[in-house]
Design a protein around this ligand. Structure first.
Ligand code: ZN
Length: 460
């Protein structure tokens, strides 16, 4: 009995072993070659199937919907029916981000920093193809003369960049002259130095380090050059110059010269006035309140550009001398921007004899008329009034007669006219005034530093 059972068991064992052997010999093995996919790449699973005898890849059904737009694990499913096998196998595919984030530095690299100063961070940004803006994850390390910026994205990709710091000052200091860099004074008159400031990108205010050399002999005509020099603590040097021209006071003999002057422009009439002047080859003077292309044309064609005022607002400019000079500085800057020159010939709004300024500051004209000369300006009033800003504003005939009846061969005829809105009659009278002047032996000139300064008596 016992032997019988043993024998039976042995046969079963043999059968099982044989079956297992056959099963494993023909078993289709499924393997995947590419179980990782780069973010954003095109992914096609490479799956192979084989047993001991042959490649069964063609029998395999592979289902993949791996989406590489997202980091993480996704699945590829494979299926094969072969002989007595029915096998399903699932592979886990890792979609990975292997791209490094990008750090962008703001400011200069290498950065120039003043010796003994600390570098002041100019900023940076960090972006990652997958995580987006990761600027707040940037860590900063200072190692000797470099600053290192490091950032790691959520997938562990690290970027690191360096900003080099050069501790040196290569920039020259800047000397700014107060007043003009070209000053004209008459022989024997006082020369007053307007002063200067000097600043340096690293040292700050170094005005006290400026060395000025040169002398002005006010008793001898000529051009004197004053030199201003400053060196910063890193040895960068700057030099600027100021020319002081000492000239003879002009003597006027009365040779019948007409100086046409136009106040308050430029305006829509300026082009027409310039056309008439240029056509008749007459030079004139414009006391401007602003500057534009016609101001430039006038300057280029030999007319004189003088400063009138920037606001032409009596209550402002005559309230105090600070206002007046700030306004004068504004028109000077405006003109300089257009013609590249700072005129020193000026006319007070309302003339130096105006009484309107009494309403705002008693005595201001007495002060200003002296102070402008101290500051190197020459001011002009007029001695022939066309009355084109008065009752004759629209009467071109009367403007014409107001001018020609007051001309004289024995004086410098400085004629007041206006180049502003509403003065069409002035432009009309201009042609006839020029015609009269030319046929009666007058010559026309633009005002310059040799023109005797026709001035009213001051009333305030
Ligand atoms: Zn005016």
């Amino acid at each position: 009995m016992m032997v019988k059972i043993l024998k039976k068991s042995f046969i079963v064992l043999i059968l099982i072993t044989t079956f297992m052997l056959i099963y494993s010999i023909f078993y289709p093995n499924i393997v995947i070659i590419n179980s990782e996919a780069a973010l954003g790449s095109k992914y096609v699973p490479e799956v192979k199937c084989y047993n001991l005898f042959s490649d069964l890849s063609n029998e395999l059904v592979v289902v993949s919907d791996v989406n590489t737009d997202k980091v993480g694990v996704q699945l590829v499913k494979c299926k094969i029916k072969y002989l007595f096998y029915d096998i399903n196998k699932t592979f886990r595919i890792k979609v990975i981000d292997d791209e490094k984030p990008i750090i962008i530095l703001k400011g200069e690299n290498p950065a120039l920093v003043c010796p003994n100063n600390d570098y002041e961070e100019e900023g940076f940004t960090a972006t990652d193809n997958y995580d987006g803006d990761i600027t707040n994850k940037v860590t900063i390390n200072k190692i000797e003369n470099s600053i290192w910026y490091t950032v790691k994205d959520n997938s562990g990709n690290t970027s690191k960049i360096e900003r080099k710091i050069n501790f040196e000052d290569k920039e020259e200091p800047i000397i700014t002259l107060k007043g003009s860099d070209s000053v004209t004074i008459y022989l024997g008159n006082l020369y007053k130095e307007d002063g200067f400031t000097a600043s340096d990108n690293c040292d700050g205010d170094i005005t006290n380090k400026v060395i000025s050399t040169g002398n002005v002999d006010i008793n001898k005509t000529g051009t004197y050059t004053l030199t201003y020099e400053v060196v910063d603590s890193s040895g960068n040097k700057s030099t600027v110059y100021r020319n002081v021209i000492v000239k003879n006071k002009p003597i006027y003999n009365g040779n019948g010269v007409i100086y046409l002057t136009f106040d308050d422009g430029p305006s829509y009439l300026t082009k027409e006035i310039l056309d008439i002047l240029d056509e008749t080859n007459v030079k004139a003077t414009f006391f401007v309140t602003s500057a534009n292309e016609y101001t430039k044309r006038a300057y280029n064609n030999g007319h004189t550009i003088g400063l009138h005022t920037y606001t032409h607002n009596y209550s402002y400019v005559y309230a105090n001398s600070e206002n007046y000079f700030s306004d004068l500085n504004n028109i000077s800057n405006n003109v300089y921007d257009v013609i590249g020159v700072r005129p020193k010939i000026i006319r007070f709004p309302g003339g130096s004899s105006n009484t309107v300024s009494r309403n705002y500051n008693s005595g201001i004209m007495s002060y200003l008329t002296k102070e402008v000369i101290n500051r190197g300006y020459v001011y002009f009033d007029w001695n022939v009034d066309s009355n084109d800003a008065g009752s004759d504003i629209h009467n071109s005939n009367q403007i014409y007669y107001n001018v020609i009846n007051n001309l004289s061969y024995s004086k410098a005829n400085v004629v007041l006219m206006h180049d502003s809105s509403g003065h069409t009659a002035t432009a009309i009278a201009l042609r006839d005034i020029i015609k009269y002047g030319k046929t009666n032996g007058y010559t026309f000139k633009a005002i310059n530093y040799d023109t005797p300064p026709i001035r009213h008596s001051v009333n305030n």
